[in-house]
Design a protein around this ligand. Sequence first.
Ligand SMILES: C[S@@+](CC[C@H](N)C(=O)[O-])C[C@H]1O[C@@H](n2cnc3c(N)ncnc32)[C@H](O)[C@@H]1O
Length: 269
Amino acid sequence: MVEHKRYNFSVNDVSEVYAGPGGKLWELLMGEQIHVGGPEQTDLLAKKAGIDKVGQNLTLLDICSALGGPARHLAEKYGINVVGLDITPEMVLEAEKRTEGKPYEGKIEYRIGSGLDIPAHQNSFEVVWGQDAWCYIRDKVRLIEETWRVLKPGGVLAFTDWIWGSVGVSEEESDFLMEFMVFPDLQTLAGYVELIKATGYELVEKEDLQEDFAKHMDIYIDILQKAKPDIEAGFGAELYASAEEGVLAWQKAAHEKKVGRGLWIAKKP
Ligand SMILES: C[S@@+](CC[C@H](N)C(=O)[O-])C[C@H]1O[C@@H](n2cnc3c(N)ncnc32)[C@H](O)[C@@H]1O
């Protein structure tokens, strides 16, 4: 098995990205649900997690809830009670602003905090959820243990994330891809399975979404290039150039199957 390098980015480094232009740029590419595939992928994950039926009165924790796009979607469409947890105060404030006055506002609560030390009692949630964000968290063992602590027995862990693909990368390529994204650690499809099982979960499903990931990279580079004048006007030519270089590198690596995306569903017995 290829040993993948880990990087020393801290939560502060990641937070800085989302407090600054980074968060706005990702929203421009992906929409306010900042993950590959937007609302459709939220519906897919909800279906696979078995939470897509209205009236189940479930409480779900979304770790790395960002602008609250998925939280609002889950509350509005399925009546789920959502706690959104995010480390970046600017994202939480914006999520609160966008939720204010919505008919389902009472179903959502946002908390500022880290997935590594979840501000919640043990056995609090029926579902722990994450979409394309745990790649920002270095200590995955602790993260998965924290999900276990706050999940009720019988609860479901459901998440998607960016991962290393089946083809290896050089150290130089790894450095560029990870430093551009400010990712301290990427898992593999099998790596997450190991972590999940080692924590005590029963794996229900894992899915390799590599092909879809590569297709979306094509879409993102297209959106980015079309928005070049606006991005340059808003954030400067240097930021645009660096964003284009970075997304092009991810697009290439995705088509070479060096990086991808996966989905995991597990049950706490
Ligand atoms: C890609 S966005 C998440 C997108 C979101 N899941 C969605 O689908 O809309 C990444 C988010 O992770 C948050 N984050 C990064 N490290 C974190 C940590 N250790 N604990 C909680 N949130 C974290 C960032 O502040 C940022 O808002």
